[in-house]
Write a new protein. Structure first.
Length: 118
């Protein structure tokens, strides 16, 4: 079993977080250090450390994350203008918390996806 992170405690409501949505598969809560006017994390309740650890049995929960992302974006009033979904994986991907999660970012024009190096 991978080691639990702070996200498991948030999912179990053992530590405070601004939870916007929760069901038996997925939890969505506001990022503690927002990088855009809307910055929400969408997390499978099951501890999956990274995208590398995904298995076919996770397909339903991972697909559900997109349904929840669209629902939360609509509820936040950013669906029409658009937004960005990001999943970081591992060291080079910039992942800090090893419990797979999707960032939902919006509320302003976000600009290019990555800093250009050329
Ligand atoms: P990563 O870099 O792993 O893709 O993103 C981790 C995200 O989790 C970061 O944006 C960070 O601000 C957020 N985060 C880390 N610890 C906490 C916490 O305790 N509560 C909340 N709500 N967000 C957190």
């Amino acid at each position: 079993m991978p080691e639990e992170t702070i996200f498991s405690k948030i999912i179990r409501r053992e530590i405070p977080a601004s939870i916007l949505f929760q069901d038996d598969r997925v939890t969505a809560f506001e990022d503690i250090r927002p990088q855009a006017p809307t910055h929400i994390l969408i997390v499978p309740n099951k501890l999956i450390a990274t995208v590398n650890d995904v298995t076919p049995e996770d397909e339903a929960a991972l697909g559900h994350m997109f349904v929840v992302a669209a629902q939360v974006a609509r509820a936040q009033g950013i669906a029409e203008d658009g937004y960005r979904l990001i999943i970081n994986c591992g060291d080079h991907g910039g992942q800090e918390v090893y419990h797979l999660h999707m960032h939902l970012l919006g509320g302003r024009r976000l600009g290019p996806m990555l800093m250009r190096r050329d």
